[in-house]
Design a protein around this ligand. Structure first.
Ligand code: UGA
Length: 435
């Protein structure tokens, strides 16, 4: 099939390359010239395992192209819209400027029978409003939320755990069938394919992220209770996680969630619920947000405690800058936030990360960045793990670290280290919600 993908950010670039890899003819369109130039040259504009390969093979096959010219969308059977919906500057709501601009630009190029598939995360009700603008062209607007995780984006796009397509009353069945053809490889594997109305599809996306955020904050709230009662939250998570109704995943207590999705999505959800007169229904999301942010304070507090009450003029090495491993994304990164707070308290902060240094430096040039892990640890009075890359969690030998560092204080902001091994190597170990 011929597809256009409007917006070549995280979602769009991966979607375009992934769709080409399963045999479609794809044009990726973005207003950002440098992004288009980079993609056209076969350079993934961000770190995402597997993207580079499918980008190169797509370009080589001739089935994948990128342009800044929206007219290139003309002739595609399906137009995916995957532009960003960031938090507005002066509130919690989602900024729909880019979605509206993409639809405006696309309208003159639509043909009767085309399908416009929205993928951006939007407040419920957005799709119905957009459908009114698309309908006069004879095209059909559907909503096809994206559930990819950074670090697993290629796999999640080609082989998702479910596909959701919200369709309008008129022409919905035909449009859903077209989307089945687009996702033919996943459909052949009997991936659940749910056809809903537009509002449900929009809501599925924010409900999923709200649930995940709530699960993380739940375990972090238990960590807070563990801290005042002497319990161990990791054992608690293991124990409750054995109940299949609860499950162990996303019960990792630590410095909490960040990134370009969960934080802004729960806030946009609260803002939308308020507009709909139902703010009380998701009032708990404010608590989820507050618990999450408190954990960053706690991590900082542990470093202060470990260094005897002050970090002023102490060398603190921060392991990790990305909001999670396998990503170079530092948007709302709890890791970077902890580093900035320590710097604000007068610590000499050195940060290392296998992928995110460049992005982190752009955002916080005042901090000291060191590429090489061991070099970053050398001379540290304390180290704090904030992004659980294998390089730090599994591959960093505590005895080796002890030879490099000056002090023996380690704060495990992700509960990813082997506490017993670090203690045995002479370190004073502090976990999150652990005695
Ligand atoms: C999240 C969702 O998981 C995806 O399903 C969704 O498609 C995506 O947002 C989106 O809306 O685009 P992502 O932001 O890539 O994906 O990251 P997650 O893997 O969800 O992690 C989010 C944050 O939670 C990270 O900072 C991570 O360190 C933290 N986390 C995760 C915990 O603190 N504890 C856990 O147990 C799990």
């Amino acid at each position: 099939m011929r597809l256009s993908v409007i917006g070549c950010g995280y979602l769009g670039a991966v979607h375009a390359a992934a769709m080409a890899s399963i045999g479609h003819d794809v044009v990726g369109i973005d207003v950002d010239k440098s992004k288009v130039a980079s993609l056209t040259a076969g350079r993934a504009p961000f770190f995402e395992p597997g993207l580079q390969q499918i980008l190169e093979s797509g370009l080589a096959s001739g089935r994948l192209t990128f342009t800044t010219d929206i007219a290139a969308a003309h002739g595609a059977d399906v137009h995916f819209v995957g532009v960003g919906t960031p938090q507005v500057r002066d509130g919690y709501a989602a900024d729909l400027t880019y979605v509206n601009a993409a639809i405006d630009a696309l309208l003159p190029h639509l043909r009767p029978g085309d399908v416009v598939a929205g993928k951006s995360t939007v407040p419920v009700g957005t799709a119905a409003a957009l459908a009114e603008r698309v309908e006069p062209t004879g095209a059909t607007l559907v909503w096809n939320p994206e559930f990819l995780r950074e670090g697993w984006a290629v796999k999640d796009t080609i082989d998702p755990d479910r596909l959701v397509v919200g369709v309008p009353v008129d022409g919905g069945e035909r449009a859903a069938q077209i989307l089945r053809e687009v996702y033919h490889t996943a459909v052949a594997k009997e991936t659940p394919f749910l056809v809903t109305d537009l509002a449900t599809a929009e809501l599925v996306k924010v409900a999923a992220n709200a649930f995940l955020a709530t699960k993380i904050s739940f375990i972090n709230a238990m960590a807070e209770i563990a801290e005042v009662s002497g319990a161990d939250v990791t054992q608690l998570a293991d124990a409750i996680g054995h109940d299949v109704r609860i499950g162990r995943r996303f019960l990792g207590a630590g410095i909490g969630f960040g990134g370009g999705c969960l934080p802004k999505d729960i806030r946009a959800f609260s803002a939308r619920a308020e507009e709909l007169g139902r703010s009380e229904s998701v009032a708990f999301l404010r608590e989820v947000d507050a618990i999450n942010l408190r954990r960053r304070d706690r991590a900082v507090q542990l470093v202060v405690e470990g260094l005897g009450g002050s970090v002023f003029k102490k060398n603190v090495t921060v392991l990790g800058a990305a909001f999670k491993p396998h990503s170079d994304d530092v948007r709302d990164s709890p890791a970077l936030d902890v580093a900035v707070r320590l710097h604000g308290l007068g610590a000499w902060v050195t940060i290392t990360d296998p992928a995110a240094i460049e992005n982190a430096r752009r955002l916080h040039p005042q901090l000291n960045y060191v590429e090489e892990r061991d070099e970053a640890i050398r001379g540290a009075d304390a180290i704090i793990l904030v992004t659980e890359w294998d390089e730090y969690r599994r591959e960093l030998d505590p005895s080796h670290a002890a030879e490099l560092a000056t002090g023996r204080v380690v704060v495990d902001g992700r509960n990813g280290l082997d506490a017993a091994a670090w203690r045995a190597a002479g370190w004073t170990y502090y976990g999150m919600g652990r005695p």
